[in-house]
Structure formats: C-alpha cells, structure tokens
Design a protein around this ligand. Sequence first.
Ligand code: ATP
Length: 401
Amino acid sequence: MNASITFEDGQLRVPDRPIVPFIAGDGIGPEVWDATRQAVDAAVRDAYDGQREIAWTELLAGERAHQETGSWLPDETLTGIADHLVALKGPLTTPVAGGIRSLNVTLRRELDLYANVRPVRWFPGLPSPLRHPEQVSAVIFRENTEDVYAGYEVPAHSSEGDTLRSMLREAFGWELTADTGIGIKPVSEHASKRLVRAALRYAQERQRSRVTLVHKGNIMKYTEGAFRDWGWEVVREEFADQAVTWEDCDGEPGDRILVLDRIADAMFQDILLNPDQHQVIATTNLNGDYLSDALAAQIGGIGVSPGANLNDEEGRGLYEAVHGTAPDIAGQDLANPTATMFSAEMLLRRIGWGEAADIIESAVERTVAAGVVTGDLAARVQGTRAVGTREFTDAVLGRIG
Ligand code: ATP
C-alpha cells in the first residue's frame, strides 16, 4: 500500500511504497524527468525484486501550474512537499511578472531548506580541464538562507541611499560620497551553526574524514569570520569525540574528522592544485555559489551536476539538478538527464535505498565511460558522438538489471 515517509526521532521512516512527489518542471524539465523516472523505477525494481516501488505523485509549479491553475506556485505544492518530506523537482521558469522574484528561492524559503548540497565527483568519460580529475570528489554544503541573498542594497543615486549614508555618518562617523551604493550582508550564529552541523553529520554518516570551512574571514570579520568561529564552536562543543579542528590537533586528527579552514581565495587555488584535500565543504551562500560552479566545471559541467536543498533537522529534502530550464534546447531531445538522475540517486540514498542508488550511479557511469554521451559532453570529449536524451536513457536502462 502507498504510504507517506515520516520523520521520527531524527530518522526518516520509509515504507516499501513511499509516496514521493515530483515536479516535472519547465523547459527541458519534462524530458529529463521522464528519463529519470524510468531509470529510478528500473533500479528500484532491480535492487528489491519488486518488493519496493516509488509511488510518484505529481505536483505543479512554474509555467504549467500557471496555465492550469492560475498560480505559479499553488499552495498544494508547498504542502505536498512538506507533508511527504522528500521530493524531486525539475527546473522552473521564473515569472517575469506576478510578484514572485524566484520560484526556487520561494520554495527554499517557505520550506526552510537551509543547506544546498552539491556533490562533485569526476568519473571516466567526463571532460575536465584538470590533469588529475580523479582527485575531485567533494560535497559542498552551501548556506541557503542568508548572506547577500537575504541582504539589502541601496543604489548610489537614490533617496534610500541618501538616508542610509546619513544614518551611517551619524551613528558611526562613516563618511561615504554621494555616488556610493551600499549592500548589507547578514550572517547569523544559528544559520551558520546549523549548516556546519549538517556538513559534519553528513561527513560522519558517509565516512568522510575531512570537512573544510570556507570563508573570507580575514576581510569580513563579523560575517565570514564569525561563520568560521561559530563553525569551530560546533566542532568543539557538539562533535568533540568525532571531529577536531586543524588548530587543535596540529594536523593529527587520529580517527576523528579533520576540520580545515580555508580563506575563499586560497580555496580556489586548492581545488585546482590539491582537490584531493577536500571532501566536504561547508561555506556561506555567496562563496558556495562561486565554488560550486568552479567545481562543476572540473567534472563535466551543469549537465551532470546534481543537487539537493535540505533541512535535516526536520527531515525535509528537495532534490533537483543544478541547471535551469535551458530553453535553447528544450523539446529537442538534446538535454542531458544525468544531473536529474544523480539528484534522484541522492534522494534514494537519503531514504536508505542505497542499493538502488548504486545501480543508477553505476549504470550512468558505465554509459558515459562507453562514450555514449549527450551533446553538452560530446562537444568536449574527443572521439565521442552525441546521442539524444532518449538514446542516452535507453543506454542507461540497458545497463540496469
Ligand atoms: P534558466 O533561466 O532557467 O536558468 P538558462 O538557460 O539561463 O535557464 P541553464 O538552464 O542553467 O540556464 O543553461 C545554461 C546553458 O547550459 C544553456 O546553454 C543550456 O543549453 C545548457 N544546459 C543546461 N542544462 C543542460 C542539460 N541538462 N543538458 C545539456 N545542456 C544543458
């Protein structure tokens, strides 16, 4: 019987036929969703001999929701995700008008999905500018709720600008010329700590031996520097038996997780020169934005980059590819479904169906290694011929079971 996943005592309880909502999405969304559903259903069947099955249920958002219901993000979609805890989401077109800045941001805010999680891992067949791409295997935990994305900006030549500049002059004696725009960046203790906590918990669960805190604390002491200090507090106060900072152990962590910290600019050097030093990366929102694109470029780009937006304190997770709607290739059988397949693989691991996740991962990897790739990768790998979304999917399905 189909049943809901529940969250009790910090654990997901998953029935054999869990109801999992999906949003097919706009642009290339329906094509990559269709491919992913086939791969997931086949992998689950193969892993559990038909004893388990995902009971997919569709929720609407984006253009299709607007056409069918008049709303870009119907309430039932939000409550459907909240009630069923985990869901798979396709890319959504952001409405030009309608009072919503971004549907993705609205979903993350309404569901308090505070950690954006992006694994980046190279495997044979993926193009990479690195000489040793096999050293890249990291998971980025990007804070999802604050930093400049939740900040405030005023333009230089505006009455708001005049007001803020005169407040700053009166309160702090800070003189700014009348042609100065101002941006405010909030970073809080609770948001920083829960993000670092989630990264450490993940490292523990997945047996990763290193976590790197990335920040620009040498320049922004009370936002980025505070993120690092609060992160260290979490390590020392909540994970004392399981993790230790480099400072406290001088690089000799024993069997505890080693917590490194890196200034953001040094981190960009490190991911090129020493990518194997970093396994789980915890960082503020803007750093995470830059870093995840840079890392994605090292392993084949956005066509293969999965993601999740999580609130692991409440057991919620929305799994989605990093890429957008790609309107330039939509409906033409050109899209690479790998990023969505890998997002579904993350979902399967989260619900404890690791055997099915392994099957999808291995089938996609063997397909790419055999030189069967979509145009986004074929253009960058010598000697490969581009296949369409459907042919690629059939090749993956042919390697399941
Ligand atoms: P949006 O406005 O929804 O973010 P976009 O086109 O601006 O859409 P992306 O969807 O991220 O941004 O696409 C950027 C580029 O990468 C496009 O040229 C697109 O064709 C390509 N691309 C994105 N996703 C894929 C994919 N899954 N397979 C192949 N190419 C892709």
